[in-house]
Design a protein around this ligand. Structure first.
Ligand code: FAD
Ligand code: FES
Length: 271
């Protein structure tokens, strides 16, 4: 089944902090076909403000007792009008939801290990990715960095899947003090070249660039989910372009809503 547009009912709104919440939407048609790394375009209010939909990674696929997909959730961080409305949304409200969109992560098989690197709300695509990887019995590590301990969410979900957690906070209140790429870089440096690893990244652009550079430095492949401003999510507006290297040193642009959001970290022109 392809892309569908539904007026999804809000099933639940779990507020995690003053800025973060998880919004569950009844969108079974989208949830049944969403792959890890894909996104939906959401518009929580009718009318002109905000006019355009905004992109959100699919965080969880919600299933009933038989395992049938009944909906999806998004991990939302309040930074502007749409994310503010999604933070405030009450059960039974409707949210226009278009998806599933974009190119998902490529899922590796054993003996390749999966190292997921998340910054802040960049955790969002890794719940479904970890699920898919663990279903294949792939050994997984989540490197997860946040500003403070109270902004490290859903650690139990990953721990219960059997994912090893490496945590950092910028204020040192949990895990290592500093940025998440530091322990990633050390682990990459100490890993034997014959032991394969796939690095997956999602988070702010500076963190993604540092993640991709660390993977490249140690000769490891890396898939990153880029966050560009997206006007349509469907390839029509070109607001989301990302420069990508050609083999000869020149570059070309791709629309990250179609070619991405998951792109090869070593092919993006980061500066
Ligand atoms: C593929 C994809 C998946 C995403 N998944 C999530 C998710 O799971 N959860 C989540 O909370 N957010 C996610 N985002 C980011 C979210 O779509 C944007 O932050 C969105 O613009 C917020 O809408 P708003 O109306 O609240 O604020 P806006 O008014 O759109 O933005 C507020 C301010 O932030 C700036 N801004 C917005 N987006 C970006 C950007 N990408 N880079 C730099 N500056 C920006 C704007 O210029 C503005 O100044 C995702 C983005 C992409 C591309
Ligand atoms: S968001 Fe419109 S072309 Fe990508």
């Amino acid at each position: 089944m392809g892309i569908v547009d539904v007026a999804a009912e809000v099933v639940a709104n779990r507020r995690l902090s003053d800025d973060y919440n998880v919004l569950e939407l009844a969108a079974p048609e989208i949830a049944a076909h969403a792959a890890p790394g894909q996104f939906v375009m959401l518009k929580p209010a009718a009318g002109f403000d905000p006019l355009l939909r905004r992109p959100f990674s699919v965080f969880e696929i919600v299933r009933d007792a038989r395992g049938t997909a009944t909906g999806l959730s998004v991990l939302n961080k309040r930074i502007g009008p749409t994310t503010g409305l999604l933070y405030d949304a009450e059960p039974r409200a409707r949210v226009a939801c278009l998806g599933p969109l974009g190119r998902p992560f490529t899922i590796v098989n054993r003996p390749v290990e999966a190292w997921m690197v998340a910054g802040g709300v960049g955790l969002a695509p890794f719940a479904t990715l970890a699920d898919a990887l663990r279903a294949r019995d792939v050994t997984c590590t989540l490197f997860y960095g946040a500003r403070r301990a109270s902004e490290l969410f859903y650690l139990d979900l990953f721990a219960n899947l059997g994912v090893e957690l490496v945590l950092t906070t910028e204020d040192g209140t949990r895990g290592e003090h500093g940025r998440i790429v530091a322990p990633l870089d050390r682990r990459l440096a100490s890993r034997h070249a014959s032991a394969p690893v796939m690095v997956y990244g999602c988070g702010p652009e500076g963190m993604l660039a540092a993640t991709a550079r660390a993977a490249m430095k140690h000769g490891r492949p890396c898939q990153v989910s880029v966050e560009r401003i997206m006007g349509c999510g469907l390839g029509g507006c070109y607001s989301c372009v990302v420069p990508m290297r050609n083999g000869d040193g020149s570059f070309h642009h791709v629309r990250s809503c179609l070619a991405g959001p998951v792109l090869a970290g070593d092919q993006i022109v980061w500066d």
